[in-house]
Design a protein around this ligand. Structure first.
Ligand SMILES: [Zn+2]
Length: 604
């Protein structure tokens, strides 16, 4: 159970990075290739991008250069995420970062020259090439925010410095922070980020769970000031960039690439804070009653409703769940799922220094990779289905779109992933009438899918909005401020029913998303869309699946509003969100009812 070093994990539980580079020397050779291509590109095109024809010729080479860079960048970052304590990986990452900074500085002339082309030439080029239309449209949109070419060059040269806060955050969290064993019931237990989040936080033994919580947060507390300063540096960088580029607010700057307006962003946070809270408090009450907890605290919210029913699932057993639940997506999708296991796309191992949580990385031209730390719970199956949703998205988008057309707005990113969680739940519910099993499945959707996307990430989003309001106001943050803001949001959502005891205010330290702009709110936005579409799939079957596959294939060629519309959901109104919140309420109604049924049948 204790976290082992990376060197001791089983090969079959690791991802096969050889599909990126067969050897370290192949990777090194790629770096040389990149250096040469960058030099050649700047020799060939600098000062020569003067009309639509030269722009399109250069763009073709630019795209090829990107296709050289992407696998190298993926290789470097995946190695780092499998073991942050590995100093070779750290040094490789740093060297790659400085090569990229140098290259982007050398290449920055290109976007500057494109940006200086007359609007007519840009529009001309857009009409001539579907592959570069979106890219050029974004150049045109960004034109008012572009700075002098020499300034852009300097900013690009400093890009690895601008990325430093996120790296410092990771090093503090995953390298420097060492968690001592904690004691519960006279026994010692090991602790780490992954063990706490993957195991102890949801342990049904209240004494053990709370002891782990106390130990976890007291270690976090020791690093709160460094982490807060690191975060403030990131925020100030964003605010300065936003000001220099002439955005009215830092929100406008951060939402620019998402292609959504402030209204969609605010609505997501406000409606959920107000309208979901009563349902979730009911859910907390239900947990409290079932577990006989006298005073419900923040440390008790992740406990499963029926832990005695929680089956252990091996990696091999997960295949059946994944294949059966997601086969509704068709043969090609199922083939991809099979390949993901056969070709080791996924890193399942639990080891020291591994990134927390789970993610999917989808390099253009190669297959997707997934990181997860498999602890063997049903939750892991849902997480894997989620990540395979990202994989399925880019697997389809990459097949049908060029490198600059593949990636949609962040607003839409979590729709295909949460869709797979809904498909998993629907599949499990369909196959049983046993009240206990049904309660366990619904509890999994509430405790995992909706809790994660509509509660955890949403409360992060609500807190993050308060942080940025402060930053926009010209202020800065420190640990005291962040603790107060985080505590305020938790108390507002949970009300007086849940005690937000000491430590909970440090929860802001756990989330790397804060280094990725306005990301946290997009989880509930994506799940709103996927909840609606998964209902369509249940009701209509194949036509709805086909619409969804079309959406996946469209990649980044459409805005979030257009993508949702292709799948039959109108997110310009608040109806889909209200309907989804009501649906979560109805799931909790069912949990209350099934809990009564289970109790009365066990009495009979
Ligand atoms: Zn995701």
């Amino acid at each position: 159970m204790s976290a082992i070093p990376r060197s001791e994990v089983k090969l079959e539980e690791t991802w096969n990075l050889k599909d990126l580079f067969a050897s370290e020397s192949d990777y090194e050779a790629r770096l040389d290739e990149i250096r040469k291509a960058v030099r050649k590109f700047s020799e060939q095109y600098k000062g020569k991008v003067t009309d639509s024809a030269s722009a399109l010729a250069a763009l073709k080479d630019y795209a090829s250069l990107y296709e050289l860079i992407v696998p190298a960048g993926t290789y470097v970052s995946l190695l780092q995420s499998e073991d942050q304590t590995n100093s070779d990986h750290q040094m490789r990452g740093a060297a790659f970062g400085s090569l990229m900074a140098k290259s982007s500085s050398e290449m920055s002339f290109f976007e500057s020259e494109l940006s200086q082309l007359p609007e007519e030439e840009l529009k001309n080029a857009m009409e001539q090439s579907e592959d570069f239309r979106i890219y050029l449209r974004d150049i045109l949109r960004f034109k008012p925010h572009k700075l002098h070419p020499e300034v852009e060059k300097v900013l690009a040269a400093f890009s690895s410095v601008f990325d430093a806060p996120y790296e410092l955050y990771n090093v503090t969290k995953l390298v420097d922070m060492n968690f001592p064993d904690f004691e519960a019931g006279g026994e010692q237990f090991p602790n780490s980020y992954n063990l706490f989040e993957g195991t102890w936080e949801s342990d049904p033994d209240t004494e053990k769970r709370r002891a782990a919580y106390k130990a976890f947060y007291s270690k976090l507390a020791e690093y709160q000031h460094t982490t807060a300063k690191t975060y403030d540096t990131h925020l100030q960088t964003e605010k300065t960039t936003s000001d220099l580029r002439g955005f009215d607010t830092v929100f406008d700057y951060l939402l620019f690439n998402q292609e959504v307006d402030r209204e969609l962003y605010d609505r997501q946070i406000d409606l959920i804070m107000n309208e979901l809270a009563p349902h979730m408090r009911r859910y907390a009450k239900l947990l409290q009653g079932v577990h006989g907890i006298d005073r419900m605290t923040f440390a008790d919210l992740k406990v499963p409703l029926d832990p005695s029913y929680e089956p252990k699932i091996t990696i091999d057993e997960s295949k059946k769940y994944i294949f059966d639940a997601l086969s509704v997506m068709g043969d090609d999708y199922s083939e991809m799922l099979k390949r993901s296991y056969d070709e080791r796309w996924t890193d399942f191992a639990q080891n020291k220094g591994k990134s927390t949580g789970a993610f999917c990385s989808s390099p253009y031209g190669v297959h997707p990779y997934i990181l997860i730390s498999w602890s063997g719970s049903m939750e892991d199956v849902f997480v894997l289905a989620h990540e395979l949703g990202h994989a399925g998205h880019f697997y389809n988008a990459h097949k049908h779109q060029g490198i600059f057309n593949a990636r949609p707005s962040l607003y839409f990113i979590e729709a295909p992933s949460t869709m797979n969680e809904m498909l998993m739940a629907n599949h499990l519910l369909k196959n049983s009438d046993d009240p206990r099993f049904k309660r366990w499945v619904i509890a999994s959707i509430v405790a995992r899918t909706y809790y994660h996307n509509f509660v955890t990430h949403l409360l992060e989003a609500a807190y993050q909005r308060k942080v940025y309001e402060r930053i926009d106001d010209g202020q800065s943050v420190n640990a005291g401020v962040l603790n107060e803001l985080k505590r305020g949001v938790l108390e507002e959502f949970w009300g007086s029913d849940i005690t937000i005891e000491e430590g909970a205010e440090l929860t802001w330290m756990r989330q790397p998303h804060y280094y990725m702009g306005l990301y946290p709110y997009t989880y509930s936005a994506g799940l709103t869309i996927s909840t609606q579409v998964s209902k369509r799939i249940l009701d209509e079957g194949e036509p709805a699946v086909n619409d969804w596959l079309e959406v996946l294939r469209a990649g980044g060629t459409k805005s979030p509003v257009e993508l949702a519309k292709m799948a039959g959901v109108d997110i310009t109104t608040d109806a889909p969100l209200r309907d989804t919140i009501a649906y979560i309420g109805s799931l909790i109604d069912q949990l209350e009812k099934l809990t009564e049924d289970v109790a009365s049948s066990s009495k009979a």
